[in-house]
Structures are given as structure tokens and as C-alpha cells.
Design a binder for this molecule. Sequence first.
Ligand code: 13P
Ligand code: SF4
Length: 369
Amino acid sequence: MSMLDLLTNQNETMMPDEYKHRSYEEMKKRVIEIKQAFGEKLFIPGHHYQKDEVIQFADATGDSLQLAQMAADNHKAEYIVFCGVHFMAETADMLSKKNQHVLLPDMRAGCSMADMANMKQTDRAWEKLTDLFGDTILPLTYVNSTAAIKAFVGKHGGATVTSSNAKNVLKWALTQKERILFLPDQHLGRNTAFDLGIPLEQMAVWDQIEEKLITDQPLHNIKMILWKGHCSVHEKFTIKNIEEMRKRDRDIQILVHPECTHEVVRASDLAGSTKFIIDTIEQAPPGSKWAIGTEMNLVKRIIDQHPDKQIESLNPDMCPCLTMNRIDLPHLLWSLESIEKGKPVGLIQVEEEITKEALHALNRMLTIR
Ligand code: 13P
Ligand code: SF4
């Protein structure tokens, strides 16, 4: 939703002030009441980066892949109140049934990485890249992208990926075409391709602002074309952070999300999705020491849940993902009360034509897994 849409639909998108004045206990009580009254007709999925005040009410939590699977598998809920960011709610809307309604408690909960690839840029890129490479490119998009980008990818035979299945999907993609255009996260694209044995020299970067391909290699060498997008939260973890940690404590293990830069992922001990990070710490022996490079709400929760292990953030000055944090208890309650009143706010409704094409990309991913 653009800023203009937000301003013209303020009643729809801005939470009334009264919610700011309700007490925490009162809001908690109301959420519990509404959840009980709706039972299975209401489903609240929550991404691992959500705040504790919200995640305590989630019916299920997960990484992006798990949340997409839940939306596809849940046929009972009439209302899915999605505690995550806009692209996740769009994915849930496209994968759920027609009679199910997906709500995002705060329409401002976007993802700055998803905003780094728009349709105008993508059409221009495709035109220029197919001029250079002919019909040899398959597009893949990280799920952290708009529904329109997913539709573009679906239309051209490609698939979506998440951080937990990127390797499998890329392996499949390389059997379909000679080279891949990977949107919008250059770091996940580079890290995944490198893991599959593609050398950095065979990867070029597409600069969507300058509209040019950045490479010093002959074109026939290029296997991966990486969109110049990134996550501003994960780019804050640096090699310096890792060096300082290791200097301070030789036994500490570094565990990061693959949205971190290639240098950081290579210098770490392990990298994987939010689910992988949670599982790794759960299985780690008591007394083990970890520095984690991902969003702060999740790192804090992991620290609280594992007092027997020494866990800290890889970057001590880290702040949370600001857009994920837009969803707070007042917004969750506002969303639930709007359903109770029969006037749901924050409905996510992806256009039918876009849904049809995007589902090709999503379903390819869900069958590859
Ligand atoms: P996961 O799929 O690993 O949960 O990641 C989602 C995300 O947005 C990370 O920034
Ligand atoms: Fe987007 Fe980064 Fe926030 Fe994930 S952490 S939702 S990629 S801005």
C-alpha cells in the first residue's frame, strides 16, 4: 500500500487513539475473550520476529516457509490475523481459500527489502537482461517480495524461495535454465549459490536504479544475476563484530541468518532460517556459547528461553526490525475487535489476476520444499 493510499484511507489504516490508553491487562483480557469466542474460526499465525506481547497470543509460530504452509493447510479459520509483515500476509491470502479473510493488524508493517524491487524496475530489468542473455534466464524470488513480483516470477516459469528451502529450489531452477535472476535479496542469492558450488566470479549484480549489470566477467560465464536488494537489519552484522567476539572468547560459536552479507556468513560457524537458529540453540549442549546474528526480538526470546546457555547478539548495538515491530498488542486487539464488530480492518486482498500467476511460483516452491 502506497503512502497516498494510507493517507486517503486513514480510517481503515490508522488505529483509533483510544487503544493507546487501554491498560496492558485489559487488552490481554479482551484478546483472550475474543479468541475463546471465535475458537477455530480465528487463526493467529506469528512470525518469530514478533514482540513477546503479540507472540503470546499466536496459535502457531514459524519461519516464512512454515507460515506459508500453515496458510495453505488451514481450512477451518474464517479469519487469519497475520502477525508478521505485509508480504507474509499477502502470501497467506493467496494460499488460503476464497472464504477465508486475512488481516494485517497494522498496514504499515512492510518490509524494506521487499520494497527494493518494484514492477517497473523488474520489467525494465527483464527487457535488458533478455536482450543480453536471450531465453536462458529463470527468475526466482525470495518470498520477501510483493505479490506482483511473485506473479512475474510465476508467469516466467520460476518459483519463490524462503531462507529454509532456497538451496533445494535453486538446485531445481538450475535444471530448468542456464542462469537465474534472483530477486530481491542479493545476499541470500549469493550465499545459496555459493553453497551449491557456484563461484563468486559467476555471479553478477543487477543494479535496478542504474539499470545495469555489474560484472567484470564475459557474459557467458554468468550463472547468477543477483538483484541489488538487501535487508537493512541483517546488513548491520559485520566482520568486525565476528572478529571482536572471537577475540574475546575463542569458544563462542557464531550463528547467523543468510540475509547477512556473504563475508559474514562465511566467517560464521552456521547460517540458516529463523527456525534453523531456534532448533540449533535448542539442540546445543548446556554451557555452550553463542553469538546470534538476526533480529533482536527473536534473539532476546532465545536468550530468555535458554538460561543454561551463554547467548548474546552478534552486534551489541542491534535494534529490532522496525516494521515487524509495528504489530503490537493495541493493533492486535484493534484488529480482533474489528472482526467482532463485523467490520474487519486491515484486510489483505491480492488481485485475482496477480494471485493466479503468483500461485504458480508459490506452489512450485511448496512442491519442491
Ligand atoms: P525466515 O523465513 O528465516 O523466518 O526469515 C524471514 C525474514 O524476513 C528474515 O528477515
Ligand atoms: Fe524485511 Fe529485514 Fe525485517 Fe525481515 S528483518 S522483515 S527482511 S526488513
